[in-house]
Design a protein around this ligand. Sequence first.
Ligand code: SF4
Length: 410
Amino acid sequence: MKACVFTLGCKMNEVESMSLMQGLEERGFEVTDVPEYADLYVLNTCAVTAEAERKSRQAVARLRKFNPLAPVIVCGCASEKDSAAFETREGVTFVSGAMGKNKLLDYIGERGRAHETESTFCEMPLPKRSKTRAYLRIQDGCNRFCSYCIIPYLRGRTRSRKAESILAEARAVSAAGAREIVLTGIDISSYRDGETQLGDLLLLLKDVPARIRLGSLEPCVITEAFLQKMQAAGNVCEHFHLSLQSGSGAVLKAMNRRYTREEYLNKCALIYRCFPSAAITTDIIVGYPAETEEDFLQSLSIVEEAGLARVHAFPFSPREGTNAAKLKDLPSAVKKERMERMLQAARRAEERYIEKFTGSEQIALFEEDGGYTSNYLRVSAVGAKEGSMYRVKLSERKNDAIRAEIIEEI
Ligand code: SF4
């Protein structure tokens, strides 16, 4: 029996799909993540934008084209938001939503596994993973209720995985060959298992023989104490994906983002004081309903002022059910024009960042698609082998990677 797990959306979905694939394999299925002929389809959906939701609904018919007789099981955020939109589709036999992905494995065969609720973190099978980089779920849900975001309504309140379970998985994946472990979740900044917060968790992971990379962070987690714990751990990548969303204090307030422009800038300065070679990357929403030209200019200027290395910019897209969806949307021509300016600013920021390291020596871990340094510079080097780590010397940029010369294998 062959099962196909098809995934849309974020890294968290990808990790959960890898767990589902592992669970299906343990139940005797041959598994694939490529849409092709299969006896069973699992569709892991996304609702982050209206477009992602539409693609999720369309994916049911897309998968059934390969085998119209195979049942389709649907999970993920789009099915949590509107289960009827999937239940009524031909071929769909079960819809588990976002918070009950493990019910799906129960449905397929296993009995007696605890179900996830809004207040408990649910363990899933160890994900199938690539040899070099492993993604590790440490947290789920979110309590922040940013005005534009549907996730807290779909994934429930924040809940954290037990630290000893994280440590056990980290040891297992590194013993199986992973040399980088990425800690993922919806809001990992809110991680808390008893007295153990995110910084303490990093200290617990310090003896795992792999480097640790953090998923997206909220500015509130960046404190001197947290950065000192990162330094003490010694194996945490100097890469901070520090969510911004707008450079304007007024828009941040309207978004319910709970920090000011100045606070964000102070957090970046603090990071650079502790980690001078750090990469600070971010997300920015362009064209939020309350955003004036003046506000937008604040978003443009903070890119350079904060010393950002990379910016993922998105045009605002209203999500039904959120407070921001009730506001008057800006004309799409305004959003498009601002996006172009933001993308230019993002390109300049990345060039500045790369220039800073030209000629420097870095440690890069090579994966399927090239090497990555601790501070997330993408490098290419003649003779580098996947799964290996090298000290390299960086030269000029070629296409989307920086050319590097291998000095020695680590
Ligand atoms: S922090 Fe804000 S944007 Fe991120 S998941 Fe929570 S509500 Fe959504």
